[in-house]
Write a protein that binds this ligand. Structure first.
Ligand SMILES: [Cu+2]
Length: 129
């Protein structure tokens, strides 16, 4: 009786230990720092109904860029840059991070793809020098 309980406790202890090890690997500070470094330069963009601020962004060709986009409006918005595969919806009060590599030079539009928002002013230009 006591022996059975003892081995049961040992088994739970082992399961707890392996969970702790797995959690340690997945959420380790080293892994997070690496992820952050891979996001390159951060550019903060505010938005609302229906605007982006700033409306002009400039980066260097080859640069990895993370746009940190907040929504100060009451509507769902979106940030899209067709040429770099960026397309992300975000809710009121939400801040999203979108990362891409600006691998070609030129001027590209960033815009909100919610119906009518681009036409209403949710559009800007990304310059890649
Ligand atoms: Cu919008």
């Amino acid at each position: 009786m006591l022996g059975r309980r003892g081995s049961c406790l040992l088994r739970w202890a082992l399961i707890g230990l392996s969970v702790a090890v797995l959690a340690g690997c997945g959420g380790g500070a080293g892994g997070r720092d690496q992820g952050r470094a891979g996001e390159g330069r951060e550019i903060t963009v505010a938005s609302g109904d229906n605007w982006f601020d700033p409306r002009e962004l400039e980066v260097r060709r080859g640069e990895t860029v993370t746009l940190v986009v907040s929504n100060d409006g009451a509507l769902v918005h979106n940030i899209s840059i067709d040429e770099f595969g960026v397309k992300r919806d975000y809710r009121p009060g939400e801040t999203v991070r979108v990362t891409f590599t600006a691998d070609r030079a030129g001027e590209f539009e960033f815009y909100c793809d919610e119906p009518g928002h681009r036409e209403a002013g949710m559009v800007g230009v990304l310059r890649v020098r």
